[in-house]
Design a protein around this ligand. Structure first.
Ligand SMILES: [Zn+2]
Length: 598
């Protein structure tokens, strides 16, 4: 019987799936594009439709459709399986609920809770009225599954327990807090915004306080309990990683070519209703490099849609620096009179013009430059210094040399100080501040470095890949058989035994009963062969010629390794004064060395 993962692989076209993340172009039997996992200017990322694999010859990452989704979405195999099963229309057989992973249980708890909150909202007229009065439409409330957590201590917890969840699971989801032996609801008297991950799982909630009747009257009361609270960190929720709205907006991010970044759900939903779909929201955190990395998959222009008054600028500073260092175009949405987006959009006319405003957003450096001009009086030296000391650190954050020199020149003309002097001052600025750009989340995105291979492995790999491409070369290779490293002997045998005249197709591999690991290895090498032959053609070198050269190299490497081993043996023999062995070894050593010279 076919496993689910095989069935999914057969139903999905790897080119189509990867093509949603990477722009692919046909190249011979394969497709190629710019690698999404490392920075490059010429494409070395390959996808093979016939072998259903991908490989990057720049950073050596590769695998099948599952490993691609795991890496690019930063998820585990199980989740990748789920996403792809959905795409392929394959139904997965779920395990017994008891053995389901803890993560899945939290997702289940959240889903039940969201449904519960949502039902409650539609029954709670006062809250609904408030939302409608704030300008939210019923359609939006439905679309984003807004809910209501009433002002009771364990209404939700009791409901969830009745649904069969254990207290531990409810606590693990962050929806309840334990006190002594009891648990009580974390979110009470709050309008609830479920937060989805990019695969539409509800991973957490934001709750906004809403008091219709009771005790909380003063602003201080509200500050004390928090106007907005988020789910705490759980196995599946981390507010510094999540981007509200991404599950619904990701296609628009790609098609519009820019992302409006807003702060909080209220602004998000207001703008969504006004027709802005290429948008995400952070929830009470500064932008992290983790989030930027996600956004970079879709486009590289970021429009900041929050208030950039002095306090706002300070709060956003680090996120902006991170974005600039990752070579985003950062822009600022300018709203009149420092209004926040939701208020601004209460007005009908503003609603109609918002899209235009987003598209005309001001480049961050222009914004900074305008601000710099107010830092001092450019006609005296103190003023010039003040302007430069505000603006130079902004220039320093730019990665691109042309950008830097453009802005230095602009500043130079404005304060009438030579470029070179500003350049010197820029270089004097402490590099130290750049450290803040290293984000603790970064490490999550670092994939295991390409396996360290010895030179002989590299050569053997190349030879084998040529053999896969042109099995007729095997005759020539057979006299070199003993020089292959052990881990390649098996593949070599397989090729010797199967090959007809053509290349080792996936079909011919399926006919022989081979271990899966070996098939994978052969497929990877086959893709490599396509890549290599394409390069050889470009440089007008024949495969045969290259093949012979590599065989000679293989032999050389092999002998070198043997010689290294013998040197050690010789030293041992010398130490033991074992004259006979020593003599034999030296004779052999000399013979082998001679071969190396041939
Ligand atoms: Zn790569």
């Amino acid at each position: 019987m076919q496993s689910s993962s095989e069935e999914i692989k057969n139903k999905l076209d790897i080119v189509e799936v990867i093509g949603q993340y990477v722009k692919l172009q046909k190249s011979g039997a394969n497709y190629r594009g710019l690698c999404p996992f490392h920075k490059e200017k010429t494409p070395s990322f390959f996808v093979s439709p016939s072998r259903q694999i991908w490989h990057c010859f720049g950073c050596s990452l590769g695998g099948d459709i599952f490993s691609f989704i795991m890496k690019i979405e930063n998820i585990e195999f199980k989740e990748a399986l789920k996403i792809l099963a959905q795409k392929a229309g394959v139904e997965l057989v779920y395990e017994n609920p008891q053995v389901r992973s803890q993560k899945q249980r939290i997702i289940d708890v959240n889903k039940e809770a969201a449904g519960f909150f949502e039902q409650n909202l539609w029954k709670e007229k006062a809250v609904m009225d408030y939302l409608l009065k704030r300008g939210l439409g019923e359609e939006t409330i439905k679309e984003f599954h807004l809910g209501w957590a009433s002002d009771e201590w364990n209404k939700l917890s009791n409901f969830l327990i009745k649904k069969g969840f254990k207290s531990d699971e409810i606590l693990a989801s962050g929806l309840a807090i334990s006190k002594d032996t009891d648990i009580y609801d974390r979110f009470r008297s709050r309008i609830m915004f479920p937060i989805e991950d990019s695969s539409n799982n509800i991973v957490g909630f934001t709750g906004r306080i809403f008091q219709s009747k009771t005790s909380l009257k003063t602003i201080r009361d509200i500050e004390r309990i928090g106007k907005y609270i988020n789910s705490p960190q759980t196995l599946i929720f981390d507010k510094s990683k999540v981007l509200y709205g991404l599950s619904k907006s990701k296609d628009y991010l790609r098609s519009e070519g820019n992302t409006l970044l807003v702060e909080g759900q209220t602004d998000f939903l207001a703008a969504w209703q006004s027709g802005i779909k290429n948008m995400v929201a952070t929830s009470g955190t500064a932008l992290t490099s983790y989030q930027l990395k996600i956004l970079k998959r879709y486009n590289d222009t970021l429009v900041l849609g929050f208030d950039m008054d002095e306090a706002g600028e300070k709060a956003a500073e680090r996120g902006i620096e991170l974005a600039l260092s990752k070579e985003f175009n950062v822009k600022i949405l300018r709203l009149p009179e420092g209004k926040d987006l939701a208020d601004f959009l209460m007005d009908k006319e503003n609603k109609a013009s918002i899209k235009d405003l987003v598209n005309k957003a001001e480049a961050i450096m222009d914004f900074y430059f305008t601000r710099a001009q107010n830092e001092g009086d450019k006609t005296n030296i103190d003023g010039k210094k003040a302007i430069a000391s505000y603006f130079l650190p902004k220039i320093k954050k730019l990665n691109n040399v042309l950008d830097r020199s453009f802005w230095i020149n602009k500043l130079s003309r404005f304060i009438n100080i030579p470029d070179q002097a500003l350049e010197d001052e820029l270089n004097r600025l402490q590099e130290g501040s750049d450290e803040s750009i290293i984000d603790e989340n970064e490490s999550l995105y670092q994939f295991p470095a390409a396996q360290l291979r010895s030179r002989i492995d590299g050569i053997a790999e190349r030879i084998i890949s040529f053999l896969i491409k042109m099995p007729s070369l095997k005759k020539e290779a057979s006299s070199y058989e003993s020089y292959f490293p052990e881990n390649f002997q098996m593949i070599f045998q397989v090729i010797k035994n199967i090959s007809s005249g053509k290349d080792l197709s996936t079909e011919s591999l399926k006919k022989v009963n081979l271990p899966e690991g070996l098939i994978n290895q052969i497929n990877q090498l086959a893709l490599r062969a396509d890549y290599e032959t394409e390069l050889l053609e470009k440089f007008q070198v024949s495969i045969e010629e290259e093949f012979e050269k590599e065989l000679r190299e293989l032999k050389k490497e092999y002998i070198k390794k043997r010689l290294e081993g013998m040197e050690k043996e010789i030293r041992v023999a010398e130490k033991n004064e074992d004259k006979k062995t020593l003599k034999d070894l030296i004779t052999k050593f000399n013979e082998l060395s001679k071969q190396l010279l041939n």
